[in-house]
Design a protein around this ligand. Sequence first.
Ligand code: NAP
Length: 319
Amino acid sequence: MSSRIVVVTGASSGIGRAAALAFAARGDHLVLAARDRAGLEAVAARTGADPLIVVTDVTRAEAVEALAAAALRRHGRIDVWVDTAAVMAYGKFEDLPAEVFDRVVTTDLLGSAHVARSALKVFRRQGRGTLIMGSSLLAHVTAPYMSAYVTAKWGLRGLLRTLRQETRDLPEVHICQVTPGSVDTSIYTSAANYAGFVGRPPPPVDSPERVAGAVLALADHPRTEVTVGAANKVIQLGFTALPPVYDALVTPLMRAFGLSRQATTPHNGNIFASRPRTDGGPVRWNRTQVATAALTTATAAALLGRAALRGLATARRRG
Ligand SMILES: NC(=O)c1ccc[n+]([C@@H]2O[C@H](COP(=O)([O-])OP(=O)(O)OC[C@H]3O[C@@H](n4cnc5c(N)ncnc54)[C@H](OP(=O)(O)O)[C@@H]3O)[C@@H](O)[C@H]2O)c1
């Protein structure tokens, strides 16, 4: 396969960085974007090539347009655009300052819309191109303390479905989404936090390299969606098939597994400006802890499910 021109927004960390390195290893030409130049330069140095670096804030449409223009100036075309630029905020909706909620939605939904607009403008002209968006399990289910992120990711899923409908006249243009569950990246510790405790990826946790593999597979063989995460389908099933059970369990599970015991005072993390990151969350899960989490969740779901079914049967008998 010949070399492709690949733009990565959110290339300085986590999944975007792992994807950039995987594309580089394959011999593709890269255009790397995020807000922090030093982070991008560190990734560029690891590629062993000479990628174009364009400092870009995806919340600014004109900056994303300038990024596309810079990529076209250097390479004349864009084959693949991977967008993993995102931020997160922990805290009950009522505790999150409005500007924090708005900024997460602006980055994760409107920022992605800016990327999609610029990418599609190029792809329509070229008659071809693949857009790969960082979606999430939280585009399919909901979780407390993450209202802004959930709102953005559900919105993004709606946007991507609409874009697929609107580009049916372009068979060589592909709108894809990669849907991870929990991934060991610094997004959890970089997040704004109004929950009182530092966030962490709930088990089971995948590596960013595993998700990058899925991104590469989408670039090679575009599909609507690829899911990464052993528990994703079960969680989605619980969310859609047993809403009362899901809603009863999700808050205690989120407190037990999605938040660490490490206390923190309220802060805005990296959502308004890039800042130095620490890779990984405050806690790494071992196999026993993952097995215990799965068993506890399954037992609680079974008990609640049985109680719900009994309640239903009693109501039917009375009715
Ligand atoms: N980690 C997970 O468990 C997980 C699970 C499901 C889905 N996802 C999704 O996967 C994608 C990547 O997440 P990740 O975990 O790899 O996060 P990450 O390690 O925090 O990386 C996020 C990247 O986005 C960039 N970024 C943030 N705000 C930006 C802005 N306004 N403009 C441009 N770049 C910006 C960051 O660099 P700067 O700060 O320098 O700008 C960084 O390069 C996201 O879409 C996320 O929602 C992650």
